[in-house]
Design a protein around this ligand. Sequence first.
Ligand code: FMN
Length: 207
Amino acid sequence: MNDAANRILVLFAHPALEKSRVNRVLIEGLADLRGVTLHDLYEAYPDFGIDVGREQRLLLDHDIIVFHHPMFWYSTPAILKEWQDLVLAHGWAYGSDGTALLGKRWLHAITTGAREVAYAAGGHNEYTVRELLRPLEQTARLCSMEFLPPFAVHGTLGMRPDEIRAHAADYRRLLVALRDGQLDLERARAVNRLNAELDSIIGRREA
Ligand SMILES: Cc1cc2nc3c(=O)[nH]c(=O)nc-3n(C[C@H](O)[C@H](O)[C@H](O)COP(=O)(O)O)c2cc1C
């Protein structure tokens, strides 16, 4: 993949950012990143009054859409459901005339309180995060978008500050690679979570 300079939209959803330990640090690491637009949905729409036209224009202006959120009840915080229901409109995002999002990429940057061992067959949560994201994967497919495996940070409860900083560095590295077209997509498509295999799916390191 060599489509350099992809524009990335990070749709960030955390309803209590003032209490966040992990996601706060993950987004702080993106602040100065060229080509990355950070859009905090709870800040923009504290009363869920989503501006559909604005959101659709943002989508049109970007190539890669990152849904960045903590896992809530094996899914997303509520505003991302409202966002999907309103923004991914018939005749625009899907349906015979709905081709606005054709070819764009969709991925999740997601944090879970539980550790990775819980997200496996026979584990406490039975399914991997990638499996739990199936409805969103199919939503992306219906919108003619390519769904990539998630960047998933497990075990946020009690995570040490140095571990959080390491995840933030990985997240930044992934977004730089996506922006610069340096992700090995064949390999990336096959993994459970992108950050488990960063060294093998990123061609070149950030200069
Ligand atoms: C309403 C709610 C639902 C949650 N559901 C889950 C869940 O299904 N699985 C899980 O592992 N953690 C769950 N958690 C824990 C959050 O994912 C965790 O607090 C978050 O990843 C921490 O990130 P932060 O430090 O940025 O807030 C839930 C937390 C809340 C408040």
